[in-house]
Write a protein that binds this ligand. Structure first.
Ligand code: FAD
Ligand code: NAI
Length: 474
């Protein structure tokens, strides 16, 4: 069949970028269709990313805490057992609830949802191979590519999602492996290392660089994070490059080179039952038919766009993981709204200097704005203020005092340049830093804002005090 009515906007991909654009377009009164091949909306984030990983992180933390951190709180527990199948069921239930919720929101806002794989026929038509069989064609005035990303494979190590896994396998293992090697100490590596280490696996993280955390994490905070993760039982091999792997034996073997300044020094071998490949993600545009419309991707596979998300064919735009910028769900969401606003009103806005990052380990690590090494590299002068959670009354009463808040500010104007937190609830607390940065606050503005007592957020206020003057409690 072929629907002859032309849509105002046709979206390919129903991930965070695509489904948010569909809802926004519906709200703006545009005739909109969203094409998604997965069989469920929400993309990587809802189905195999943010949401399932946070379910596993939360519940594995609870399990770990019950095992190791109850006695000094006056709680005595009996036999504690892990039921991995039920832990996975709880995760699946969260995912199912949320994806259904998104489907309802599309309906509520009058956005059409087609289950199938979209591919450009020409600049004005997308052909959809329907999941249920058959084909349809959708015509549009505007198009939005929101096809997201996939795990970057490691050359020579075939992914079977059982022994050699990406995050897709790591959120769905059927038993706790005795040992796990993680290639890449970025956010995925560390979150999944945390989950499986808490559940009983012996985990070693192999990281090419001299610091963990992936791009953007403040070096000092990354060191603190590594220290606490090591205390929890995770082993680290930094400045170590995985060169090749061998899956033929009972255990998987990895050849690694210790590097110094990028140069290989010594070689050795590591082995484990399971290997997690977490060396980054790459844009996914396979089967999209970009070649049929002459659209280019860059050397890293990203769809090339201008500042209004337009490809060189101006009515075809791209947002989210498939194009430039950090691969984060909230970044994709901001861009989706802005792209629809460009289409409808001619203007939209995303502040790329003000996108928070959160690593949901324990404790959490969160940051926004520039890191200390960013500022140093650019020779931008700065002032630092810190405040430890060990001096915060709420953290003390919670027996949860690891970590600190670090602020960076302009020494002349006191304008906030960056906030870096490692500590309990850092992921929630960073919202305050993001708001302050977005509004161009000074650290004195933050310090003179009343914060409720006793809360962890007082550590945030006192870090601001320490930046422009002095903290009271430290
Ligand atoms: P995606 O979510 O990848 O969605 C793209 C969708 O397009 C997919 O569903 C795909 O099936 C569909 N598609 C592709 N091609 C076609 C086609 N031709 N036709 C029809 N449909 C198509 N980010 C955070 O901010 N916070 C987190 O805590 C976080 N945790 C993560 C944990 C893991 C394990 C992973 C892997 C990622 C995590 N991320 C997190 C990143 C986040 O998932 C992505 O940034 C986000 O999903 C990007 O959204 P998107 O819509 O651009 O792409
Ligand atoms: P990443 O880019 O964060 O980290 C990959 C790490 O692997 C880097 O530190 C890199 O130096 C290392 N590496 C690369 N090749 C290597 C080799 N041969 N040997 C050893 N180490 C090697 O990528 P990651 O962790 O895979 O995550 C992908 C994306 O997903 C990120 O952009 C991230 O933002 C997003 N994500 C976000 C989450 C969050 O916001 N909480 C959670 C999970 C993913």
């Amino acid at each position: 069949s072929s629907s002859s009515d032309e849509k105002d906007l046709v979206i390919i991909g129903g991930g965070v970028a695509g489904y948010v654009a569909a809802i926004k377009a519906g709200q703006e009164g545009l005739k909109v269709t969203c094409i998604e091949k997965r069989g469920a909306l929400g993309g990587t984030c809802l189905n195999v990313g943010c949401i399932p990983s946070k379910s596993l992180l939360n519940n594995s933390h609870m399990y770990h805490q019950i095992l190791h951190d109850t006695k000094n709180r006056g709680i005595e527990v009996g036999d504690v057992k892990l039921n991995l199948a039920n832990l996975m069921k709880a995760k699946d239930a969260s995912v199912a609830g949320l994806t259904k919720g998104v489907e309802f929101l599309l309906k509520k806002n009058g956005a059409e949802y087609i289950k199938g794989t979209g591919s450009f026929v020409n600049e004005n038509e997308v052909k959809v191979a329907l999941n249920d069989g058959g084909e349809t064609t959708v015509k549009g005035k505007n198009f939005l590519i929101a096809t997201g990303s996939e795990a970057t494979p490691f050359p020579g190590l075939e992914i079977d999602e059982k022994r050699v896994i990406t995050s897709n396998g790591a959120i769905a293992l059927e038993k706790v492996p005795e040992s796990m090697l993680v290639i890449g100490g970025g956010i995925i590596g560390l979150e999944m290392a945390s989950v499986w280490s808490r559940l009983g696996a012996k985990v070693t993280v192999v990281e090419f660089l001299g610091q963990i955390g992936g791009p953007g994490m403040d070096t000092e905070i990354a060191k603190a994070a590594q220290k606490t993760l090591k205390k929890q039982g995770i082993e680290f091999k930094l400045n170590t490059k995985v060169v090749s792997g061998d899956t033929s034996g009972e255990k998987i073997k990895l050849d690694v080179d210790a590097t110094k300044g990028g140069k290989s020094e010594t070689s050795s071998q590591l082995e484990a039952e399971t290997v997690l490949v977490a060396i980054g993600r790459r844009p996914y545009t396979a089967g999209l038919g970009l070649e049929n419309i002459g659209l280019d991707v860059d050397e890293r596979g990203r769809v090339i766009i201008d500042s209004e998300y337009r490809t060189k064919i101006p009515h075809i735009r791209c947002v989210g993981d498939a194009t430039f910028g950090p691969m984060l769900a909230h970044k994709a969401e901001e861009e989706a709204v802005a792209a629809v606003e460009y289409i409808k009103k001619g203007h939209g806005h995303v502040n790329y200097g003000c996108i928070p990052s959160v690593m949901y380990t324990y404790p959490e690590v969160a940051w926004v704005g520039q890191s200390e090494q960013d500022l140093k590299n650019q020779k931008i002068p700065y002032r630092v203020g810190t405040f430890p959670f060990s001096a915060n009354s709420r953290a003390k009463t919670n027996l949860d005092t690891e970590g600190y808040v670090k602020m960076l500010a302009d020494p002349e104007t006191d304008r906030l340049l960056g906030v870096h937190i490692i500590g309990p609830n850092a992921g929630e607390m960073i919202a305050e830093g993001t708001l302050a940065l977005e509004y161009g606050a000074s650290t004195e503005d933050i310090a003179r804002t009343c914060h409720a007592h006793p809360t962890l957020s007082e550590a945030f206020k006192e870090a601001a005090m320490a930046t422009y003057s002095k903290a009271i409690h430290f």
